[in-house]
Design a protein around this ligand. Structure first.
Ligand code: IPM
Ligand code: MG
Length: 352
């Protein structure tokens, strides 16, 4: 079990440390950790947010446990040197095209949701976000038009094979859940989305046991707050998935709670190679103060055990320990409480 640990910037190191304590408490045989630099921290040390040695380390590991990247002091850097390029580069270089972002109501947290408790209670969905394409990775630039105005531009595109492979991931996920798949696009306006929809419909032929429906992204954003319980699996492109997953987190209660897995096709001895990270960012405003909620990082470690190491039992144990801590009233600042990073880690460990 070779795990590359890239804690990154801001609260990344604090929350990752708690995830590692939880992993270490499980005493899994053969677990080896390597640490690498990413993000602003790597840029300071090596002049690049994703140094070659970090990328090599990731490539030789069975899984990557990732913290967060981002630093406002780097906002003025050329885009290819900004901290975010570390995670975008890892996703691209390692072919991690499938991003799984589960969002489920947690008992005792209904009152923290931005939604009414009876609406929030029904949330149990999985966002399957395409992670290697879309407007994120298209040509982009700024230029000066003939009349002297500056223009920024970003090219959005999806090729059919890119849509097909993420659609298969989503259909299979739906088969393992409640058998319902919502494909989110903007086919009423975008050609990229029309192709997306056509290909998803083609792939649906292989999955007669899954009920497929299509939703425009604006409507999906609305339905997600009106009646989130209607969603089982949601499959969507990189940009829409980024936005809808942050929204889903506040429907549950806090962005400090949601984990994610980024998977490709490479298999390890007991699962699929993947990168695991909280969906929250580096939160520079509270970095270094021991105030960040490490639950999303801890739950990311659980996803890692499940998907890369075939350790469903331990993954479920971690998830239960977090759920129990929440049910017992353990609350970080993100949930209106006073528990600190370390204290929350302790609370999860006790229940583990
Ligand atoms: C996420 C983040 C990233 C993204 C940023 C940090 C590049 O928001 O993982 O959701 O946009 O994908
Ligand atoms: Mg995001």
């Amino acid at each position: 079990m070779k795990i590359a640990v890239f804690a990154g910037d801001g609260i990344g190191p604090e929350v990752t440390a708690e995830a590692l304590r939880v992993l270490e408490a499980l005493r899994l045989p053969g677990m080896v950790l390597f640490e690498g630099d990413v993000g602003a921290a790597a840029w300071h040390r090596h002049g690049h947010p994703l140094p070659a040695e970090t990328l090599e380390m990731a490539g030789s590991a069975d899984a990557v446990l990732f913290g967060a990247v981002g630093d406002p002091l780097c906002d003025g850097l050329d885009r290819h040197l900004r901290p975010e390029q570390a995670v975008l580069g890892l996703r691209a270089e390692l072919d991690l095209f499938a991003n799984l972002r589960p969002a489920a109501a947690m008992p005792g947290l209904e009152d923290m949701s931005a939604l009414r408790p009876e609406v929030a209670r029904a949330i149990d969905l999985l966002i399957v976000r395409e992670l290697n394409g879309d407007v994120y990775f298209g040509d982009k630039g700024t230029r000066t038009l003939d009349d002297g105005r500056r223009q920024g531009w970003d090219m959005m595109s999806y090729a059919e094979d890119e849509v097909r492979r993420i659609a298969h991931v989503a259909f299979r996920a739906a088969q393992g859940r409640r058998g319902q798949l919502t494909s989110v696009d903007k086919a009423n306006v975008l050609e990229t989305s029309q192709l997306w929809r056509d290909v998803v419909i083609e792939v649906a032929g292989d999955y007669p046991d899954v009920a497929l429906n299509h939703m425009y992204v604006d409507n999906a954003a609305m339905q997600l707050v009106r009646d989130p319980g209607r969603f089982d699996v949601v499959v969507t492109g990189n940009l829409f998935g980024d936005i809808l997953s942050d929204q889903a987190s506040m429907c549950v209660g806090s962005i400090g709670l949601l984990a994610s897995a980024s998977l490709g096709e490479r298999q390890t001895a007991h699962g699929t190679f993947g990168l695991y990270e909280p969906i929250h960012g580096s939160a520079p405003d509270i970095a270094g103060q021991g105030r960040a909620n490490p639950m999303a990082a801890i739950l990311s470690a659980a996803m890692m055990l499940r998907h890369s190491f075939g350790r469903e039992g331990e993954a479920a144990r971690i998830e239960k320990a977090v759920a129990r801590a929440l049910a017992d009233g353990v609350r970080g600042g993100d949930l209106g409480g006073t528990a600190g990073t370390r204290g929350i880690g302790d609370a999860v460990l006790e229940r583990l």
